[in-house]
Design a protein. Structure first.
Length: 616
């Protein structure tokens, strides 16, 4: 059994900071033509990397790509970085009246990669050091030329290392084409030069087998869909010269999780970090395979895997599961009982179907037993129609653990099945059920758009962890906290944050901001509220980016194109607040957002727009 956390992170809502009298956001029209200014990038356009049409990603990976912010905080005050179509890292210095751009580094094309192309990213480690990830497997450490303090300093790659360590199914289900898609979550200086060390947190998906019987399934319940690795790499001394070194990274610990973390930040002044993950971490001491014993034992259990016994699809209010039986049966041979706690399914006098049975198998989340039904068509298609007790909560898996069956049903086929189900009357339907089991794991192997992402499950577990060992020092209780968005970083020296960035969580219809205390185990505290913001953001069907500013005065929602919504936090004792709609009418995608002072910096495909919210 994993060790218990030493303490609890309590996210308690302060009712004194809620505003039950809130009447709404008043629309303020943007009538100042000078409030939005556009500047050409002076480089190749910014075009997010496309994947082949046959690439199947999980729901979590797809959501991460859609919400990816392509504008990164820079190494100097009021600077930001972006990577253009040509693979060049650029730095822009944002002033009130202009934008100055500098080419920093051209990312080499990968020689040979076993990874699916993710999005390249950059992390400012200090005023003189930048870490660049090429989106595949290679990481570069850039150093600014010694003694040059100008904005247009020369940056050189003084080291390179690879994080790729094998294969995972992320494309075709054929294991011969299995690949990783890496995500760099965070990077910071553990020690400053001349004996500097960079610590970096990397996430990727891992394969999950599909087992046959309930007994076999319980043996691998701790196996999960994503792993989080803590890498360390030493920075060579500056006097080494201009030669680019091949560096070696070491993995200090590995955790397994149900999703790509939404929050990953080092606790300032400590060797701890704060992690926020939907569904939390699967097990402590999680060198891959340790949850079930030795790696050899895990491999032996993986041999039990077989083809998926079902396929499934969901809508905001329900889940449909289709089981294709290997041999025809009659309804009298099926014993199907659904409760709020799960499914019991048995087949009498049907040995060909015995491996499909379930015994009190818990569902991912609650269902309405009285409205959930099963049907049998042509003796071989058994369909479970599960009515969610919590509409709009996206199920990551059918059951409470990740059994490796992704959400793969074709939408047209799903529509036909729903149409057939609606023809049945109550006399045609068999037994029902109810349940509760929060274990998010994010799946979906079909192409998705922004509309698909609005119903995602947002329960998140926060934990404070030792960066060397991954040990759990403190955790929130259960996946009961609903995530809305992060706060943009404050303008402080890169790599040396004064405090942890706050988080924006959901409390009923409101968005509540939690800041963290300055301590090795930071305690969350509710500091302010955006009334009705949780309700409002859910209605935005095409949102791509959502943030609050570092001062927590504004909530910013950007659509994929054109529109940006800016919501102000109500002043104390006020019953309403302002809303602005900003129209970036240039026909381009809105790819990134940052804030400097009262200027919103918006990265488009071939320009950057500055929106002065001080005059709105």
């Amino acid at each position: 059994m994993p060790a218990m956390a030493q303490s609890t992170l309590e996210f308690r809502v302060d009712t004194d900071l809620l505003n039950p009298r809130f009447e709404g956001y008043q629309l303020r029209l943007l009538d100042d033509d000078t409030a939005i200014r556009s500047f050409a990038l002076g480089s190749d356009p910014v075009q997010p990397r496309q994947l082949p049409s046959n690439t199947h990603l999980t729901y979590d990976e797809t959501s991460h790509r859609v919400r990816f912010n392509h504008l990164f905080p820079g190494p100097l005050r009021d600077t930001f970085m972006y990577i253009d179509k040509g693979g060049c890292l650029n730095m822009m210095h944002v002033g009130r009246d202009d934008v100055q751009a500098t080419r920093m580094f051209v990312i080499p094309e990968p020689e040979a990669s076993s990874a699916i192309g993710g999005y390249p990213s950059a992390f400012a480690l200090s005023q003189d050091l930048v870490l660049v990830f090429d989106g595949f497997e290679d990481v570069f450490i850039l150093r600014r030329a010694t003694g040059d303090q100008q904005q247009k300093s020369e940056w050189r790659a003084m080291g390179r290392f690879t994080i790729g360590q094998g294969h995972v199914v992320a494309g075709s289900t054929d294991s011969r084409s299995a690949m990783f898609q890496y995500t760099v979550l965070a990077a910071h200086l553990k020690q400053k030069p001349p004996h500097g060390t960079v610590r970096m947190f990397v996430c990727h998906r891992v394969p999950t087998p599909t087992l046959t019987t309930s007994a076999e399934k319980h043996q691998l319940r701790s196996n999960s869909r994503f792993c989080i690795e803590s890498h360390e790499v030493k920075i060579p001394p500056a006097e080494h010269g201009a030669e680019q070194l091949t560096l070696l990274s070491s993995v200090s610990h590995t955790l397994t999780s149900h999703a790509i973390p939404l929050y990953c930040q080092v606790v300032p002044g400590t060797d701890n970090y704060l992690l926020g993950v939907k569904g939390g971490i699967v097990a402590e001491d999680t060198e891959l395979g340790s949850a079930t014993g030795t790696p050899g034992a895990l491999n032996a259990e993986l041999e039990l895997a077989c083809a998926s016994p079902y396929y499934w699809m969901q809508e905001p209010a329900d889940v449909t599961v289709c089981i294709q039986l290997p041999a025809p049966v009659t309804a009298s041979q099926i014993s199907c009982s659904m409760t709020s706690l799960g499914l019991t399914l048995e087949f009498m006098h049907a040995p060909e179907c015995s491996h499909i049975g379930y015994t009190e198998e818990r569902f991912f989340d609650e269902i309405d037993a009285d409205s959930s039904v099963w049907t049998l068509e042509n003796g071989q298609l058994l369909t479970l129609y599960l009515e969610k007790s919590k509409p709009n909560v996206r199920w990551a898996t059918v059951f409470s653990w990740d059994d490796g069956v992704p959400e793969t049903m074709d939408r047209n086929e799903f529509a036909q099945i729903r149409e057939r189900l609606e023809k049945y009357t109550s006399s045609d339907l068999d037994s029902r059920s109810r349940s509760h089991a929060p274990l998010p794991a994010a799946i979906s192997s079909m192409d998705m758009d922004d509309d698909d992402l609005d119903n995602e499950d947002s329960g998140i577990v926060f934990s404070v962890r030792d960066a060397a060992s991954g040990a759990d020092l403190a955790s929130s209780v259960g996946a009961t906290t609903d995530w809305l968005c992060p706060c943009l970083p404050a303008a402080v020296e890169p790599g040396c944050p004064a405090e942890l960035p706050p988080v924006c969580l959901q409390s009923d219809v409101d968005a509540v901001i939690f800041a963290f205390s300055r301590s090795p185990v930071p305690a969350p505290r509710h500091t302010c509220t955006f009334p009705a913001m949780a309700f409002i953001q859910a209605s935005k069907r095409e949102k791509r980016l959502m943030y609050t500013d570092a001062e927590m005065h504004l909530a910013i929602l950007a659509e994929a194109r054109r529109r940006i919504y800016v919501y102000r936090r109500p002043a104390k004792d006020q019953v309403n607040a302002g809303q602005n709609i900003i129209d970036i009418d240039n026909g381009q995608q809105l790819l990134g957002i940052q804030v400097v002072g009262d200027i919103i910096v918006v990265l488009c495909e071939d320009c950057v727009c500055l929106v002065d919210v001080g005059c709105l």
